[in-house]
Ligand binder design. Structure first.
Ligand code: DQA
Length: 149
């Protein structure tokens, strides 16, 4: 099984960007945790980060035949992008939405998630641990789910 983990705009600035909301660890630390977690479940992973909506749409489309499931934090595009929603629906791969912060307790404009409408699960407000839970969920549902010793 192979996962695609997508991070949207400004997540490349983790650690610098509003650390009281998004934490003090950087994007590299997130990618290391994602790789380590996937290795623990014996699954492959491709990571992608972009600040551009169309690039994210292109990468979701490219997942067809390449990866088996998607973990996505579309960042600000969560709340605006029907194109990302449509791309997720078009490829039809199982997807989990992750947000580092608790978007439900934030501004009104963060209350809608378009991408989430194509995801079977949403994990919010757990920081980096949210990615670990998303990987665990997909590995269990669609891989053999066996954590390696
Ligand atoms: C975010 C929440 C979004 O509202 C915001 O625009 C982000 C990050 C999160 O991970 O908490 O960039 O997706």
């Amino acid at each position: 099984m192979k996962l695609l983990v997508i991070n949207g705009p400004n997540l490349n600035l983790l650690g610098i960007r509003e650390p009281d909301i998004y934490g003090r660890q950087d994007y590299q630390a997130l990618t290391a945790l994602v790789k380590e977690t996937c290795a623990r479940f014996g699954i492959g992973v491709d990571l992608f980060q972009s600040n551009h909506e169309g690039a994210i749409v292109d990468r979701i489309q490219a997942a067809l035949g390449q990866e088996d499931a998607i973990v996505i934090n579309p960042a600000a595009y969560t709340h605006t992008s029907i194109a990302i929603l449509d791309a997720l629906k078009a490829v039809g791969l199982p997807a989990v939405e992750v947000h580092l912060s608790d978007v439900k307790s934030r501004e009104p404009f963060r209350q809608i998630s378009y991408a989430g409408m194509a995801c079977e699960k949403t994990i919010i407000g757990k920081g980096f641990q949210g990615y670990v839970e998303a990987i665990e969920y997909l590995a269990t549902q669609y891989g053999d789910g066996q954590s390696q010793p």
